[in-house]
Structure formats: C-alpha cells, structure tokens
Design a protein around this ligand. Sequence first.
Ligand code: MHO
Length: 244
Amino acid sequence: MLKRSSASFRAFWPIALLATAGLGMLAALAGFGGRAFAEEPGRRLPDAAVTLKEKSGLRTAVFAGGCFWGVQGVFQHVRGVTEALSGYAGGSRDTASYQAVGSGRTGHAEAVRITYDPSLIRYDELLTIFFSVALDPTQVNRQGPDSGTQYRSAIFVSDAEQARVARAYVAQLNVAQAYAKPIATKVECGAFYPAEAYHQDFMARNPRHSYIVANDAPKLRDLQRYFPERTNAEPILVGAQPPA
Ligand code: MHO
C-alpha cells in the first residue's frame, strides 16, 4: 500500500509541474495581450489647475517613468517638443551609466529630458501627458516588468516654479482620486546625464522589439488616442550621435 501510494505520488509530480507551468504561461499571455503588468490604463487626465507662466525661449523638463525607452518614445511625438533625450537623474556623474544604474544602488532613475517650446506647450501640459499616458504613477520602485529604485517615477525639477506646479498637480490628481491608489511619483532635484547612444531613439528604431510591443507601444497609442491635437505623426529623433 505504502509502495503504491509513493509510486502514484512520483507519477503525479510531473503532471503537477506541467499544470503549474501551463497556468503561468496562460497568465503571462493574458498580461501581454494588453498592457503588461501595468495596473492603470491610459486616459486623459484633467488639465492642471496650477499652470506655469512660461518665459520665452526653449525650456526643459525632466521626467522619470520607468524604462526610458517608452517615456522618450512618447514625448518624441508630442507637438512643441524639440528634443527628448534618455538619461539618468538623481545620482552622480561618475555612476551615470546603464550598467551602474542597473544595480539600483546609484540613486539614479532612468529619466528623459524634454526640451520644449513654451509658446506651443506648457510645463503643466507636459505633466498632464506624462501622467495620462506615459506611466502608472501608483507603482512604487517599479514600472511594468522592471523593478528597482532606478525605475521609480519622479519629476526632476529645475527651479521652485516647476516644483510648485508639479506638487500642485500631484495633489490635484490625488484629491480627485484619479487613480485607485495614491500617486508614488516624487518631486526631486538632481542633475541629468544623457544615456548611451544605443539607448537613444530605441523605441523608434526597434518598434517590433518584444519589450517595446508589450510595454511602450500602448503608451504611444494612448497619446494618439487621448491627445490627438498634441500628437505629431513623426518622432523628433535624437539622431545617431547624441550629445555626450
Ligand atoms: N527590462 C528591460 C529594461 C530596459 S530599460 C531601458 C531590459 O533589461 O531590457 O531599462
């Protein structure tokens, strides 16, 4: 009797393993059919109540929303943006490399520096697009399939005015309960360092890359869907030789 039950136990294990693997694969397929891992779908959020009175001349904004490929890919299609550069913010110059930042211990977040013409789009309007389609701001130290402090979401402000407008918008969205959970995105200060050339224009150059298809293409579709009047058909690319 004992012998028989241990034999059936042994026979059962491979079946149990196969069933578990099968279920896991089904769950993964279901996730990748839509926006993989993200809990918050894209939408058009309300305009900011506190807006930024822009000065003339080109301005910059730095946003961190997980892997920079998708954030750059979205903002390269936003009208009024003259450059969207992938890089690292929140840490020091000497460790601002993909390999070092990937350890999650340098303090950097993957970030995108957006240069824009304030006569065409304001800082607070960039914020609205960022929160609406470029990330799930409720995720803590992760974004989609990527986890670690380097994938936290943050707004890196360059002056007190940007900080005031960014904090007000986060508060506005929280009060309006725009998301099911509180916003984890922090307002931070810190220099921006451009990423390596092979990371620039990654989404535009690799539209069929499985990561882009699963995680980033939906963000661009959301931009086109919810902000058609702000979308350019063609991306503004950094080009083959980004500034060092
Ligand atoms: N998990 C992705 C993240 C890329 S993003 C530029 C990868 O390792 O390819 O961090």
